[in-house]
Design a protein around this ligand. Structure first.
Ligand code: KG4
Ligand code: ZN
Length: 338
């Protein structure tokens, strides 16, 4: 019987410490430790993030191995996030991955975090996987991209943000509303009972398939300042409508560009990835769009939307098939692209 490949995946690019065990394309465990500490500051504090990764990495890896029911000696390779991300955070995961692999005498695999978000669609879960070529809208706290995926190795960014990312637009708007970090899930929750047309915000004009969200943030800020002058309780009294209108604006920008990318490329196989793909209204709008136009839509499971090591492990699996190993002196790259 051929031996099945077992990969330990490690993710530490931002504020989640995660470890996963993958056997061939199946996930045996995916342990994630979130860092509560940042909620007090309205955003991720890089120095605190790397310290928390340092504290969490060993217990998280230990838990992933225990939960998977494998032995350390069964692991064939360690895949880790090599970028993009916060340097101090990336250094903790990559240093751990290198030491572990050196100790066990196994290879290391350097993974691009954004490509891993996309490859999460290929985790074997008895659900249909996108057919090549497909378009992936990758929307996270640090990135907003439309990627043309030709195979698991060949991906091209055909649209990107020229300023803030979609997740940042959610988080910064939430901060203006006085909500805790990360504000995206909170806006999603409050928006459920709000009116999407209650407030109108400026719409960006950006050419081709690129995005811009910084003007929207300014428009939200001015609208709120203007109303608070006459009505001090304006935010509290309109929170649900404000969240629904903000969410509508952000999602509409995304939908417009995904539609444009379908028109330009003729590709009707659509996937979404990254933290913002957990947004219920984005999912709803994409489902409506796909239903109406006969597009095939692929939405990842919630646990594989936000940062997780399962996606790093599956990306590592494909690199392992090609024997694409990294060297011990490879350094993480905060602005890694592809
Ligand atoms: O992919 P991710 O976990 O981390 C990065 O690689 O950045 O994405 C995090 C982002 C945050 O901005 C967070 O607010 C956003 O994803 N997010 C959401 C939702 N869940 C997470 N945004 C809107 N609605 C959600 N339900
Ligand atoms: Zn991410």
């Amino acid at each position: 019987m051929t031996k099945r490949t077992i990969i330990l995946g490690i993710e530490s690019s931002c504020d989640d410490t995660s470890a996963a065990i993958l056997k061939e394309k199946k996930i045996l465990s995916n342990v994630i430790s979130n860092q509560e500490v940042h909620s007090l500051y309205g955003g991720v504090v890089p120095e605190l993030a790397s310290r928390a990764h340092q504290q969490n990495i060993i217990p998280v890896v230990d838990a992933a191995i225990q939960k998977a029911g494998v032995k350390k000696h069964d692991i064939n390779a360690v895949a880790y996030t090599n970028g993009p991300g916060l340097l101090g955070s990336l250094l903790v995961g990559s240093s751990f991955a290198k030491s572990f692999a050196m100790g066990m005498g196994i290879p290391i695999i350097a993974v691009n975090h954004m490509q891993a978000h996309i490859l999460a669609h290929f985790i074997d879960e008895e659900k249909k996987t996108p057919a090549f070529p497909f378009l992936c809208l990758t929307v996270s706290g640090g990135h907003t991209q439309i990627v043309k995926v030709e195979n698991t190795n060949k991906m091209t960014i055909i649209g990107t943000t020229i300023d803030d990312a979609a997740g940042e637009a959610f988080d910064k708007s939430a901060k203006i509303l006085g909500l805790k970090y990360p504000g995206g899930p909170l806006i999603d929750r409050y928006a459920k009972n709000g009116d999407i047309h209650a407030f109108k915000f400026g719409k960006p004009k950006v050419k081709d398939l690129d995005f811009s969200f910084s003007g929207l943030k300014t428009s939200i800020l001015y609208k709120i300042k203007e109303n608070i002058r006459n009505e001090p309780n304006f935010i509290k009294e309109n929170l649900e409508d404000l969240c629904a209108s903000i969410q509508y604006s952000i999602v509409s920008i995304l939908i417009e560009k995904i539609q444009k990318s379908i028109d330009i490329t003729g590709i009707k196989e659509i996937a979404i990835a990254g933290g913002v793909s957990a947004n219920s209204y984005l999912r709803k709008r994409l489902q409506e769009l796909s239903h109406k136009n006969n597009y095939k839509l692929y939405i990842p499971k919630f646990e594989y939307c936000t940062d997780n090591a399962a996606m790093i492990a599956i990306a590592g699996y494909y690199k392992h098939l090609n024997r694409e190993f990294a060297k011990q002196n490879e350094t993480p790259s905060p602005s890694l692209t592809f």
